[in-house]
Design a protein around this ligand. Structure first.
Ligand SMILES: [Zn+2]
Length: 564
């Protein structure tokens, strides 16, 4: 019952229909309009986020007989139609997972030399490109180095790190992000409306939640629900379909862990296993539950978007539980990995026992160490700093995004001892981590984005300070030329939009942007600025320049980060 009718039917046909990938789409459109399409692209990102769909649209767009002024394919000419219908000889899709050998790539190289059949370009889409063998990748490299002019390559991968850098460096890279819950829900609503499916928002919330940022999964789940239950779907049906039922055992297990009820926890795990329930799925639910509890405890519960009774149950579970306790248990559970060589229950059982022991250890620790910093722990963490909220829209994949979160709470200026300290002798607070991880990540992403004239990442790197106050973000530059370049880019709508989107992703808020210039007592800068008659007069009177500032305000349209 894994038909993909909705997914195929609702597959985007134009770049503007691709959901949730605005920065990528924007840049591709630009390239198309300016006729500067690269010969090789690398589309990275989680499954179901639109990489292959975008690749196909791009294949249409480069060969479309009458593209529109945005570079979009018309979808109606015979080239577009043959691609849509999957019968174009000039779009070659290769699943590298099953064609990963050198022979396949050699044959690709041979065929690539021949001119396209009828389209302007031959486009090769190499899906799961990281699966290529080393030799195959080597063979591909030769083609990427000297591609025939009529060939475009689009490599798609969920795992770019596994591709040799020789390959990635020859491709223009785009990172596809997880689709936000809102975008997923909007898309599902659209499909329901068009297909005459009756359901309530809670159903779509549940599907969205389970699909974890993969629109394809969400669409397929919706379709499975319709196949199973017809055009009216209830919450119970969806929960049954998803194996969620009304099983509150993940929460029960978490309760046992909080209360250090080792025996009960072990019994529960084994009863789940004996009933034939998939323990890995159970484990995912437990981690998801802990993550929800963490958000709730940290005051970010509104992000959860779940039924009121669930929140109520979670709130009562959290009564008398400290945030550090949630962190500790979550840290342990998130590390659990299953191996085919050990009894299925063992990894969870070990985590349970370890959790109980650590709890005892940290208990002793607390009572033997001085209490100098202890009171601050819960207090400083309980007030979630803004950036704490940032990773949430993409944090649904478990367990990876979970772990950095506790570290981000250390943004609070007061010293926060490690909340997951597990050795009694370890009295040191966590080493200070980069407080600007999201910021740096944003710069890395933007360093692949050229604005009208300048590279946006490079411009941001030149920004000496950034300061967020309320919804006002001030970028301070110590060189006037840097600020002016940034200003120039901000006057250009595309650049401004790209930056704005990146900022929204990084800071979790769309903010009004102000550029400011602060000379760092730099003589060179000062001397340039001393021409003002007022300054001259002041200097003549014995005045001294201690600081210079001027500001150029760039009000940005307040865009909701979710509404696309
Ligand atoms: Zn066309």
């Amino acid at each position: 019952m894994t038909s993909q009718v909705y997914y195929r039917k609702w597959r985007p046909q134009r770049l503007s229909e691709v959901v949730g990938q605005e920065p990528v789409i924007q840049t591709l459109k630009q390239a198309l309009v300016q006729n500067r399409v690269a010969h090789a692209y690398l589309f990275c990102g989680p499954r179901g986020t639109g990489k292959t769909s975008t690749a196909r649209i791009l294949a249409k767009a480069v060969s479309c007989l009458s593209p529109d002024e945005d570079g979009e394919p018309d979808t109606t000419c015979h080239i577009c139609e043959s691609i849509t219908e999957g019968r174009s000889l000039d779009l070659i899709e290769i699943d590298a997972a099953s064609n990963r050998g050198i022979d396949e790539i050699r044959s690709l190289r041979e065929k690539a030399r021949f001119a396209p059949n009828e389209a302007a370009y031959k486009v090769y889409i190499l899906d799961e490109a990281h699966m290529l063998t080393e030799y195959a990748a080597d063979a591909l490299l030769k083609t990427l180095e000297e591609p025939p002019p009529h060939v475009k390559f689009i490599l798609a991968t969920t795992d770019p790190h596994r591709l040799p850098s020789t390959i990635t460096s020859r491709c223009q890279r785009f990172d596809f992000r997880r689709i936000s819950p809102n975008s997923t829900k909007n898309r599902l609503t659209e499909i329901c409306d068009a297909e005459g499916i009756k359901t309530d928002p809670e159903v779509l919330n549940t599907i969205t939640r389970v699909s974890q940022g993969s629109l394809r999964d969400a669409e397929n789940l919706l379709e499975q629900a319709v196949t199973s239950y017809g055009n009216t779907i209830s919450l119970e049906q969806v929960r049954l379909l998803l194996g969620l039922s009304d099983d509150d055992r993940p929460r029960t297990l978490v309760g046992h862990l909080f209360r250090r009820e080792t025996a009960q926890a072990l019994t529960l795990i084994n009863s789940v296993s004996i009933e034939g329930f998939d323990l890995q799925q159970f484990h995912r639910q437990v981690v998801q539950e802990l993550r929800d509890l963490l958000l709730l405890k940290a005051g970010a519960g509104e992000m959860l978007d779940q039924p009121a009774d669930v929140t109520q149950a979670q709130t009562s579970l959290l009564k008398d539980v400290k945030l550090e306790q949630v962190l500790r248990v979550l840290g342990l559970l998130a590390k659990v990995t299953f191996s085919p060589d050990t009894p299925q229950t063992l990894p969870l059982e070990l985590a349970v026992v370890e959790s109980a022991q650590e709890a005892i250890a940290s208990h002793i620790d607390k009572h033997t160490s001085t209490t100098l910093e202890q009171p601050k722990v819960s207090k400083s963490i309980a007030t979630p700093p803004l950036t704490f909220v940032e990773p949430i829209p993409v944090a649904t994949e478990l367990p990876k995004p979970i772990l950095p979160m506790p570290e981000q709470t250390s943004l609070d200026p007061s010293p926060v001892p490690s909340p997951v300290t597990n050795q009694p002798e370890n009295q040191n607070p966590l080493p200070p981590i980069s407080r600007d991880e999201p910021w740096e990540e944003m710069i890395r992403t933007l360093s692949r984005q050229k604005g009208r004239r300048f590279n946006l990442g490079a411009l941001l790197r030149a920004c000496r300070h950034h300061h967020l106050e309320g919804d006002k973000l001030t970028l301070s530059f110590t060189h006037r030329s840097h600020m002016e370049r940034m200003q120039e880019e901000m006057d250009y709508p595309e650049s401004k939009r790209t930056l704005q989107e990146a900022l929204t992703m990084a800071l979790g808020t769309s903010s009004e942007l102000t550029l400011s210039f602060t000379a760092e007592n730099s003589e060179q800068e000062l001397s340039q600025e001393n021409d003002s008659p007022l300054v001259k007069a002041a200097l003549n009177m014995g005045g001294k320049i201690v600081d210079q500032e001027d500001e150029v305000s760039t009000p940005n349209s307040t865009r909701s980060k979710e509404d696309e």
